[in-house]
Write a protein that binds this ligand. Structure first.
Ligand code: G6P
Length: 621
């Protein structure tokens, strides 16, 4: 939630900041703003609305200079207005601050600062940080007024940070120190970009891929100063930190929409490649098993695992549900799937032999991170299944598996989901091979999995047009039901979530057989049911559930196997997907449901990549 950027270099800062903010807009889009410093003067430009609104403002009132900070907001404290937009200015123009996170003691800080004579313009928690830094700058008599003593700027920031309770990623400029931006992090992500005679800060490396591929992930409690020709990092004790510069494997094209009208559609179509990348280098042919480089657990430790907890939020939680079916069936290990937001507070008893996997695209979701930390506190080995390399969950987990799906920008997750399922399938085979799966059985499962990029491509090609037509037919519906059983129950949940997120149509995903225990009362001629029923061992059961709906005149959209004329005959509309083994069905059945949500949202005129009220990375609890 909220994206921040900072820049010091030779080019016009406002252009770099706007470019970075565009790529961070998925983190929030209630307002946007920049602050630059030029010849000892601070320029602040901000307004409610999206990045194009800010760009419009900048065409009339440019923010000059080659040093600056920027922000795109997901409102927490205070409505999304011009005044509440970041950057916030402290001490009548001594500093400007952009902030991602929540300051819990801001009311108390505000009261103290108001007593000291600081006037607040906004309702935000962030403004308290700006005044606090200004206050400490004044207290230190502004020794660095000529810009030579950046240490006094950093000192004021550090003193202010000592007073804060809560989470923050911060970027700060001051007209008194015209050549630097100071950044700080606690609980919210912040990454430093290293360029040639230019340096950057951003909430997410995706914002930097156009400018540099060299990054340093900052840790909690660290404070960084960026200048045109270098940077320094120190910890909260003011001790210098030696940076670890990492090279990103994302390219600028990865973060581009290319020929697609929306990131979401592009990412749906990237799924064959994402699945391929999630498997790359992880199949051990010789031993008919999977191979992971970063689990940091010995085979002996893994062989002793008695219970697995999969935790996450939203779409990642749905991937966890698929993982439960996979691991229980293929590895015969009991699995529980926990909403991270519940698990973190539930104080569940955990027996020895348990391991926890935190599943997240962003690696920054506050609830998932808290669930991970709670597990660590209980002494349980923790592992991450994460897309964003170097993200907080990836760094704090004892080990893990990266998805390598490339940047996912559309707020509704698609390719990360299928990459998560791919990794969970490999994991299930790997754990199964340590237990009861024979080498021929392992080899057969891997051989089937390896064909999935091609089969998902075929699903995209063959369902695209028909799904578009179905979307036309049903896009005015007010309610949808999604039904599936076994491996396709989580896909029913995910199909419903996609539709809710981006088209604002009420939708419920259910295990098909649960219908008769209540939800069937919702069925009428106006309420389409999407029934996911490829051939498999629950096929006949779901067919019976389908008949119950037809008997009540509910329209049925079926997801069926190619050649299943019987199901096609019984449904009002049918989407055919390739035949695959039961355990691989989610990878193909979810694809037309993503497309259906996409085309319905487009037809309803919704902003697909930036749905209302949502943010991609939820870094508040
Ligand atoms: C937000 C997004 C969802 C996403 C969830 C978990 O709610 O809107 O699309 O599934 O966060 O995100 P994560 O990064 O933890 O996978």
């Amino acid at each position: 939630m909220c994206g921040i950027v900072g820049f010091v270099g030779r080019r016009a800062a406002q252009d770099v900041l706007v470019e970075g903010l565009r790529l961070l807009e998925y983190r929030g889009y209630d307002s946007a703003g920049v602050a630059t410093v030029e010849q000892g003067t601070l320029f602040v430009r901000k307004r409610a609305g999206r990045i194009p609104d800010l760009v419009e403002l900048l065409t009339h009132e440019a923010a000059p200079g080659t040093v600056g900070i920027g922000h795109t907001r997901w409102a927490t404290h205070g409505a999304p207005t011009d005044i509440n937009a970041h950057p916030h200015v402290g001490g009548d123009g001594l500093v400007a601050v952009v902030h991602n996170g929540v300051i819990e003691n801001y009311a108390e800080l505000r009261e103290r600062l108001e007593q000291l004579g600081y006037r607040f313009a906004s309702e935000t928690d962030t403004e308290a940080i700006a005044h606090l830094i200004a206050h400490y700058l004044k207290e230190s008599a502004i020794d660095g007024a000529n810009g030579d003593d950046v240490a006094s700027f950093v000192g004021a920031v550090q003193a202010a940070l000592q007073q804060l309770k809560g989470t923050y990623g911060l970027a700060i400029v001051s007209p008194l120190f015209p050549g630097v931006v100071v950044g700080a992090r606690m609980g919210s992500p912040l990454v430093l970009g290293v360029g040639e005679q230019e340096h950057f800060l951003a909430s997410d490396p995706a914002a930097l891929v156009r400018f540099t591929d060299r990054v340093v992930y900052l840790g909690d409690g660290e404070v960084v100063v960026i200048r045109r020709d270098g940077f320094e990092i120190e910890d909260s004790q003011r001790l210098s930190i030696t940076p670890r510069v990492q090279v990103l494997d994302w390219t600028a094209e990865d973060a581009d929409k290319g020929p697609y009208p929306h990131y979401m559609l592009k990412e749906i179509f990237e799924q064959p490649g994402a699945i391929e990348n999630a498997m790359r280098g992880r199949i051990n042919e010789a031993d008919a098993t999977a191979h992971f480089g970063g689990l940091n657990m010995t085979p002996q430790q893994l062989a002793q695992v008695r219970r697995i907890i999969l935790t996450g939020c939203g779409t990642s939680w749905h991937a966890g549900l698929v993982g439960e079916y996979l691991i229980e069936e293929l590895a015969r290990i009991p699995v529980e799937v926990e909403y991270a937001s519940e698990f973190r507070y539930r104080n569940a008893p955990i027996e020895p032999g348990t391991i926890v996997f935190a599943i997240a695209q962003s690696g920054e979701t506050a609830d998932t991170l808290a669930a991970l930390r709670e597990s660590k506190r209980k002494g349980i080995p923790t592992l991450g299944i994460v897309n964003v390399v170097g993200s907080t969950i990836a760094r704090e987990a004892d080990g893990g598996i990266y998805l390598h799906a490339g940047p996912e920008i559309g707020v509704a997750s698609t390719k990360a989901f299928t990459a998560q399922i791919t990794v969970l399938t490999l994991l299930a085979i790997y754990l199964g091979r340590m237990r009861h799966l024979s080498a021929p059985a392992g080899a057969r499962l891997l051989e089937r999995l390896r064909r999935m990029p091609e089969l998902v491509q075929r699903t995209l090609d063959s369902t695209h047009d028909v799904v578009r037509q179905i979307a036309h037919k049903y896009h005015t519906a007010r309610n949808f039901l999604y039904l599936g059983r076994h491996y396709n129950f989580p896909i029913a949940l995910e199909g419903a979530l996609k539709l809710k997120e981006i088209s604002y149509i009420h939708a419920e995903g259910l295990p098909a057989a649960e219908m008769k225990h209540g939800p069937i009362a919702l069925v009428d001629e106006e309420t389409p049911s999407v029934i996911i029923n490829p051939r498999g061992w629950v096929y006949e059961k779901v067919m019976a559930n389908l008949e119950e709906i037809r008997a009540r005149k509910g329209p049925v959209i079926a997801v069926a196997n190619e050649g299943d004329d019987e199901l096609a005959r019984r449904a009002d509309d049918v989407i055919f997907v390739p035949v695959v083994d039961d355990f691989l069905q989610p990878l193909v059945t979810v694809v037309p449901l993503q497309l259906l949500a996409y085309y319905i949202a487009v037809l309803r005129g919704c902003d697909v990549d930036k749905p209302r009220n949502l943010a991609k990375s939820v870094t508040v609890e």
